[in-house]
Design a protein around this ligand. Structure first.
Ligand code: MG
Length: 93
């Protein structure tokens, strides 16, 4: 991920605009995930849309790490991954 370009976007449009963009892309990803097996939609188009929105979300999460406290996010990620490991190891449903 090219963080230099992402920083230019944050500098050009500002943090609040990019935070709104994170919300927008999260909603679009949620929508396309919800519709991905819809029988009335073209499956190839839905798959293309899904990868489009997954890519957008990945870009926006990279910006979120630059706008918010990346260390704090990653501490929570570590905690949650450890918790997931515990659940897997102990067969908790
Ligand atoms: Mg999008």
């Amino acid at each position: 991920m090219n963080k230099e370009i992402l920083q230019k976007a944050i500098d050009k449009w500002g943090k609040e605009t990019q935070i709104n963009k994170i919300q927008e892309e999260a909603l679009k990803l949620a929508l396309v995930l919800n519709q991905r097996n819809c029988p009335t939609k073209d499956p190839e188009q839905m798959e293309a849309n899904l990868y489009e929105e997954l890519a957008d979300m990945k870009i926006m999460m990279a910006q979120a790490e630059m706008i918010f406290d990346a260390n704090r996010i990653n501490e929570r990620v570590k905690f949650k991954i450890d918790k997931l490991q515990y659940k897997i190891d102990h067969f908790i449903h």
